[in-house]
Design a protein around this ligand. Structure first.
Ligand SMILES: [Zn+2]
Length: 154
């Protein structure tokens, strides 16, 4: 099954079919919610000439412990009218189905930059003390380092 919607192209004003989602059916190569296939193809090919300069990345950190992340989440939820926990998909241990990966994810202030970012602590049920803690940062691809400006502009 595929969903489709008529849109008017933001550039050439042609009415075209946009496929916001697909369940198993391949989508048109230059499917876009704002531009027809022809205009989107031209834009994608032009933008491919410019390499990415930054990308979001998860890196290992020691900024916070698992318990600090859990405490921050509990504190936020206790103050919130809508108690929502972020959930990241856990992995499955194909060789040992009893071994389940759990995680806690919470936006917290990065002490290095003073900006809010996502932190996640992950552990496996068979090794509960082997905890991996990561944070989401902007990576400076050109200089191969953490970007200096970590403001979260999405
Ligand atoms: Zn167009």
């Amino acid at each position: 099954m595929t969903t489709a919607r008529y849109n008017r192209c933001a550039h050439c004003n042609t009415i075209y079919l946009w496929y916001p989602s697909s369940y198993g059916t391949p989508l048109p190569k230059y499917n876009s919610g704002t531009h027809c296939e022809l205009c989107n193809e031209v834009m994608v090919k032009a933008l491919n000439q410019i390499p990415l300069k930054f990308e979001k990345k998860w890196i290992i950190t020691t900024d916070y412990t698992k318990q600090q992340i859990i405490n921050a989440q509990n504190e936020r939820i206790s103050k919130s009218k809508i108690p929502v926990k972020r959930v990241m998909p856990g992995l499955f241990d194909m060789k040992n189905p009893d071994n389940i990966q759990s995680n806690v994810c919470e936006p917290m202030i990065d002490p290095n930059y003073g900006e809010s970012t996502n932190y996640v602590a992950r552990w496996w049920s068979k090794e509960p003390n082997n905890i991996e803690i990561k944070k989401q940062i902007w990576w400076d691809i050109e200089n191969n380092c953490i970007a200096k400006n970590q403001k979260n502009f999405q």
